[in-house]
Write a protein that binds this ligand. Sequence first.
Ligand SMILES: Nc1ncnc2c1ncn2[C@@H]1O[C@H](COP(=O)(O)OP(=O)(O)OP(=O)(O)O)[C@@H](O)[C@H]1O
Ligand SMILES: [Mg+2]
Length: 217
Amino acid sequence: MLGGGLIKDSVSSLIGTYGTGKTTFAISFIFEGLLKGETCVFISLDERAEMIMESIRRRGYDIDTYLNKTFFLIKLDPTDFTLAINSIKNDIPALIRETKASRVVIDPISLFEGLLPDEATRRLEMFRFVEMMRDENCTLVLTSETDTQIPYASKYGLVEYLVDCVVLLRYVRASDLSGTHLAVEVVKMRRSQHSREIKPYEIQPDDVIVYSEASVF
Ligand SMILES: Nc1ncnc2c1ncn2[C@@H]1O[C@H](COP(=O)(O)OP(=O)(O)OP(=O)(O)O)[C@@H](O)[C@H]1O
Ligand SMILES: [Mg+2]
């Protein structure tokens, strides 16, 4: 669906409402990097570090052998405004440079955006942040919660314009109420011929499976 995968050193956004698997997809992206010998950084703004570690372990990944060697997990407290802003703007770029990390996840960026006091500041700071991250030689994935009214827009309607690639995760409810299905769509991918189809996927205990041959409707 991505026409070969995320483009190296690009910035992507994975947008979805609660429970659609943003963290799960992000973990897959990180672990695949670790298996290839890359250094990876996971910055969590919502789930605690131990919970993230436990979810990774439960998928059968031997994450402990990578921890603090090629895998760095940071939990930021989004309620501490000054600390979170300083970390995102200064400490994290420094860590990426020091460790030469090539895959970085911020999960979810919308909690950081929510710290910024108004729309104008948010636009400016997010633009600066994404531009700064483009200088770091890493492939960056920013997850984002959705808007409460529009299930296909990010919470602040901003990241989709700033990033190179937008992947949308959402629920599709059957009209007969027989159940809820998950669907994934590549909405935007600069410089790439990607799929425009909406495909079903499932979150299983050990992996996410996208049924690229199946149809949602
Ligand atoms: N071990 C598992 N086996 C099967 N399904 C699982 C497992 N772990 C999680 N899930 C499914 O994945 C969903 C949560 O996925 P995940 O935490 O990645 O979502 P999220 O989009 O990050 O949610 P949030 O916005 O709340 O952080 C659960 O609601 C559940 O349906
Ligand atoms: Mg999550």
